[in-house]
Design a protein around this ligand. Structure first.
Ligand SMILES: Nc1nc2c(ncn2[C@@H]2O[C@H](COP(=O)(O)OP(=O)(O)OP(=O)(O)O)[C@@H](O)[C@H]2O)c(=O)[nH]1
Length: 521
């Protein structure tokens, strides 16, 4: 039994993934032929029509009806029998999850039919537990007494020093050690309660929760601290002053721009807010809930345009994921982390070290490979042809029946044209040598660069035929809002997010969890 991180559920390691094989990654152009029936998804219509004209492709997820109060949305979208409804229910759920993650040994198998993945329709919870249960000292004390008090959160992450060959390799070794073993010990603190609430609201069962999931959610929330401090506290004071009005919307606009959401995405959000206040007066709680829905809908929009919601390597088939992006954004580190996500989720992996330009890149990726016990295919010669490395790696992957080949690429060459030509060549080789493979071309973006990084990124989209984005370094930046700009401006889904330099600091992206972390109390 392994915890499949891509699907966020436990599954039998050797069971062929029938569902995956029948739902290959769908490109936007492939979605054009879908029927009108397919494109009409209940629940998403109001926001989609008024805010984002959705032309094609269904969503796998029912977006909560924005007019409904949060509690109603929660009831509609989550498992009615098991999703907590009150602060007490959430607390009971959190306690059960706490006991479950403390129990060393095999987790319970999920029910085959209803084990919800992370992408199942999320409920609007509005921090019921944090606001209500935490406000009750008795409830909290009781919970804390039952909890084993052992610290779990990692240390603050130091800002990255300028990369040098030896430092990068050393960093890959030492930092991996620090975070490669998530502790099974949790503290039932505010972070745990918040994480439990987020998972419960998505219809999960307490006994299905893994320690790593809780650890990750706490990390994500902590990573977004700076953005939240800049954005949310002010947002709350604007929204909390009274019903949403024009003055408040103007202030929200400024705050969104400050968080690097970008002009285009901000305009759409502000327009939707203005439309809303023309229709009805929203009290503060509902205004925040409405804003959350808007942000989620924006982040989920690529799924309405043909991209599948959950990016999972197809079992028993070759998947090739190409990682591209300008230098220093975190491609090599991301490959290391992705290798760990994939191997611990039960997939066989191989790495192609096609960044032959930067001296330390091959050594750095080898260290990451060792950590997950994954071989790195490389050519130790100087200035070797990266396309040749990719060719060799595909040959090796095909003969070993590897499921996931991760390709590291250079972020800098003599000039931009050379870099783009090289990427286009690698892409051609992959298509020619492995036409049967499921190919993903992921653009790695450094969140600390905000809108600047986004402008640099646009040149990649043609040469690399991008299919998704990995957003790194969300920890320690106040520009986490750039996630919205990324989706709005590039039209690509965010597939993974990185919130730290350790091996377990990268996970599949969930708009629900991201928005909850961004706007949590
Ligand atoms: N804080 C933080 N640092 C990160 C994260 N991801 C990567 N880094 C750091 O960013 C720096 C650059 O990472 P690399 O993986 O070498 O970047 P790259 O894109 O492969 O660089 P080139 O090979 O020069 O193109 C390293 O110091 C990493 O540790 C993250 O999510 N958070």
């Amino acid at each position: 039994m392994v915890f499949n991180w891509f699907k966020r559920q436990f599954s039998q390691e050797d069971t062929p993934d029938v569902e995956d094989q029948s739902v290959p990654e769908q490109r936007p152009e492939e979605a054009e032929g879908q029927t009108a029936e397919q494109t009409e998804t209940a629940g998403q219509l109001e926001l989609s029509e008024s805010t984002f004209p959705v032309e094609s492709a269904p969503s796998e997820q029912a977006v909560p009806a924005l007019d409904s109060p949060p509690a109603e949305s929660a009831l509609e979208s989550a498992d009615s029998e098991e999703t907590p409804r009150s602060a007490e229910d959430y607390l009971a759920w959190a306690k059960a999850a706490f006991e479950s993650v403390q129990t060393v040994g095999e987790p319970l198998a999920p029910r085959a039919a209803d084990s919800a993945s992370v992408d199942s329709a999320p409920a609007e919870v509005s921090s019921t537990l944090n606001q209500e249960a935490l406000a009750d000292p008795e409830v909290v004390t009781e919970a804390m007494e039952e909890a084993a008090a052992s610290p779990v959160e990692g240390e603050e992450i130091a800002p990255s020093p300028p990369p040098t060959a030896s430092r990068e390799v050393a960093r890959a070794s030492s930092e991996l050690d620090a975070s490669s073993q998530p502790s099974p010990e949790q503290d039932m603190d505010e972070g745990f309660l918040w994480s439990a609430e987020v998972l419960a609201a998505q219809g999960r069962r307490p006994e299905e929760i893994s320690d790593e999931e809780i650890t990750w959610l706490k990390k994500l929330r902590r990573g977004l601290d700076k953005t939240r401090r800049g954005l949310v506290n002010q947002l709350k004071s604007v929204v909390g002053q009274g019903p949403l009005n024009q003055e408040a919307v103007d202030e929200i606009e400024t705050l969104l721009l400050q968080a690097d959401v970008g002009i285009e995405a901000t305009d759409i959000i502000v327009e939707a807010l203005q439309g809303k206040i023309r229709e009805q007066t929203l009290p503060p709680d509902q205004a925040i809930a409405y804003l959350k829905s808007l942000l989620r809908e924006m982040l989920d929009r690529p799924y309405h345009n043909g991209y599948v919601q959950t990016l999972t390597p197809v079992k028993n088939q070759l998947n090739i994921w190409l990682l591209t992006g300008v230098n220093g954004v975190g491609k090599t580190t991301t490959i290391g982390k992705l290798t760990n996500v994939a191997t611990s989720s039960g997939y066989t992996c191989l790495i192609a070290a096609a960044d032959t330009f930067r001296a330390a890149a091959v050594e750095q990726i080898k260290v990451w490979g060792q950590r997950s016990d994954v071989e790195v295919i490389c050519n130790p010669g100087k200035n070797t042809d990266p396309a040749a490395v990719v060719f060799d790696a595909i040959t090796a992957a095909q003969s070993r029946q590897t499921e996931l080949l991760l390709v590291d690429t250079a972020g800098r060459l003599q000039n931009k044209k050379n870099l783009m030509d090289e990427l286009a060549k690698i892409r051609r080789i992959i298509q020619k040598k492995a036409p049967e493979a499921q190919i993903e071309s992921l653009l790695v973006l450094d969140a600390t660069l905000g809108q600047n990084g986004l402008r640099q990124a646009q040149v990649f989209s043609q040469s690399a035929q991008l299919t998704g984005v990995v957003l790194t370094k969300l920890d320690g930046t106040a520009k986490g809002g750039v996630a919205l700009g990324v989706v709005q401006q590039l039209g690509l889904p965010i597939r993974f997010i990185g919130a730290g330099e350790g091996i377990s600091d990268l996970r599949p992206f969930s708009s629900y969890e991201f928005v909850e972390a961004l706007l949590s109390s």
